[in-house]
Design a protein. Structure first.
Length: 229
């Protein structure tokens, strides 16, 4: 079972523009959040079918949906990213229940600060480390240790491990792992299989046991668990 004083923040970015989506999720990961990014509301609902995010960062207008409606569907706090100008538009969004509103274009540091503020108000705060048995993942430092010995991982392997720890024991499909650990349009199912193979090998070599805690669930995807190690 994972142990820590607080659970890492789960932040979901929903933004149709792939470049902005990538930049946002990478910045949020720097703060130690377990951040994922998708381009549509349908993808967001599919990704969160078993667990809602602690915070939703979403473009105001989505294909066949809106940020406010999506936040209600997921039961999550929301920062709405809007392209509308004028005070009235912002006031309307806040009156509709938005926890915060940012007008495009905005600064990455401003977004990061607003996320930190909202997460501190709720039950989830910033988390520096996640522990699963002898495995420790230092989110802010982007370091992994096993029985206090460092495990060298590439940035992609680290992101993949974090995705599998969101949370431990949950089966993640290849498509989900692509959305959570890869920039948009930069990989495919075979890329996931390749990275899982290298991650397994490194965790095995570090002493985590056969498979490195990562098991293949037939026709579903991958799961991280050390229960049987």
């Amino acid at each position: 079972m994972p142990t820590s004083s607080q659970t890492p923040s789960r932040v979901l970015v929903v933004e149709p523009h792939p470049t902005l989506r990538t930049v946002l999720v990478q910045r949020l990961r720097q703060d130690g959040h377990l951040a994922a990014a998708v381009g549509t509301a349908a993808e967001a609902i599919d990704l969160c079918r078993e667990q809602s995010p602690d915070l939703l960062v979403s473009a105001e207008i989505l294909e066949q949906n809106t940020a406010m409606r999506l936040a209600q569907q997921l039961g999550a706090s929301v920062i709405v990213l809007t392209a509308r100008s004028g005070v009235e538009a912002l006031v309307n969004l806040l009156d509709e229940g938005a926890d915060d509103v940012l007008r495009k274009p905005f600064g990455l540091e401003e977004l990061a600060a607003r996320c930190r503020t909202l997460l501190k108000r709720g039950r989830i705060g910033l988390q520096e480390k996640v522990e699963v048995g002898p495995l420790e993942v230092h989110l802010l430092l982007r370091q992994v240790t096993l029985s206090e010995k460092p495990v060298e991982l590439s940035p992609r392997e680290f992101a993949l491990l974090c995705a599998l720890l969101m949370p431990p024991g949950m089966v993640r499909s290849r498509q989900e792992l692509l959305r959570m650990a890869w920039p948009p349009f930069s990989g495919g199912p075979r890329s996931v299989d390749t990275q899982v193979l290298t991650l397994r090998r490194k965790l095995e070599q570090a002493g985590l046991g056969e498979g490195g805690g990562i098991t293949t669930v037939r026709q579903q995807g991958y799961r991280f668990s050390i229960d049987n190690i």
